[in-house]
Ligand binder design. Structure first.
Ligand code: ADP
Ligand code: ADP
Length: 232
């Protein structure tokens, strides 16, 4: 379970202070699939980076499976990331001169997973995204949708409990976007909790829960169910 209470994030540059998140409150339960939408600059990426323990926050409390993230040092933060979290980015972030197999392998090596286990996980995750037959291909030999599927395989190989996706379909046409969405739905059915930031309102509506970020705060309409008077 992911629990943010009163999270604020201030970016301080020479001239300006930006409140990217302000008193941000959210609870994500085990097994949920949440789509996050909101205007550009509203704080969606900042939220996702904090949720993924990639970025520190300025104020508030963030509990991930009961662990108080604000109290951890850098090594402990890295451990939590490796144990629990997978990321998918809009730009895929594949390494161009490594083949698909090697791309999926990178984070597993980094985490000290032994060769036979690495091989098993890489083959299994490439199989799951339907690209096992292309293990020796370079990213540039694939379509955008296929490259995103490799990025998903790379995240899956880490066996993450939480899969965080920032505009995973942002560079894809609508057919490929739907295929990637179907894959995420399958991964969610297999047990991973998914938080996906997207501009695509059609894809967002497919997710069981939608939240909106506006001006660094959450507008979680599900909170208001049964109490329409609360919606102004
Ligand atoms: P979104 O993902 O909704 O477009 P972001 O989380 O990227 O929003 O950004 C929220 C606000 O924080 C924006 O005003 C943005 O300009 C600012 N911001 C984001 N990252 C940085 C940074 N590294 N330094 C300074 N300001 C930043
Ligand atoms: P998808 O199946 O993800 O929708 P496309 O329809 O774009 O992919 O691509 C059809 C086929 O062409 C795929 O099998 C893909 O591997 C191949 N392909 C796409 N782009 C390239 C490329 N730049 N170089 C080599 N093969 C490619």
């Amino acid at each position: 379970m992911l629990n943010m209470n009163g999270i604020s994030k201030v970016y301080q540059t020479e001239m300006v202070q930006t409140h990217a998140l302000q008193d941000f409150n959210l609870q994500v339960n085990e097994g949920e699939f949440i789509a996050v939408t909101g205007p550009s600059g509203s704080g969606k990426t900042t939220f996702l980076n904090i949720a993924g323990v990639l970025e520190p926050f300025t104020q508030g409390e963030y509990l991930l499976d009961g662990v108080d993230i604000g109290k951890l040092n850098d090594n402990q933060r890295a451990d939590i990331r490796n144990q629990k979290i997978g990321y998918i980015f809009q730009g895929f972030n594949l390494i161009p001169d490594l083949n698909l197999y090697e791309n999926v392998e990178v984070p597993l090596r980094y985490r000290g997973i032994k060769a036979p286990e690495r091989k098993r996980r890489i083959e299994e995750s490439l199989e799951q995204v339907g690209l096992a037959s292309r293990a020796k291909h370079l990213p540039q030999q694939l379509s955008g949708g296929q490259q995103q599927r490799v990025a998903i395989a790379r995240a899956l190989a880490g066996k993450p409990r939480f899969l965080l996706a920032d505009e995973p379909t942002g560079n894809l046409d609508s057919l490929m976007a739907r295929q990637v969405m179907e894959l995420l739905e399958q991964i969610n059915r297999d047990g991973a909790t998914i938080v996906m930031v997207t501009h695509d309102s059609e894809l967002a509506r497919r997710a069981p829960r939608n939240i909106q970020v506006v001006d660094g705060q959450i507008a979680d309409f599900s909170l208001y169910q049964g109490n329409p008077a609360a919606v102004v």
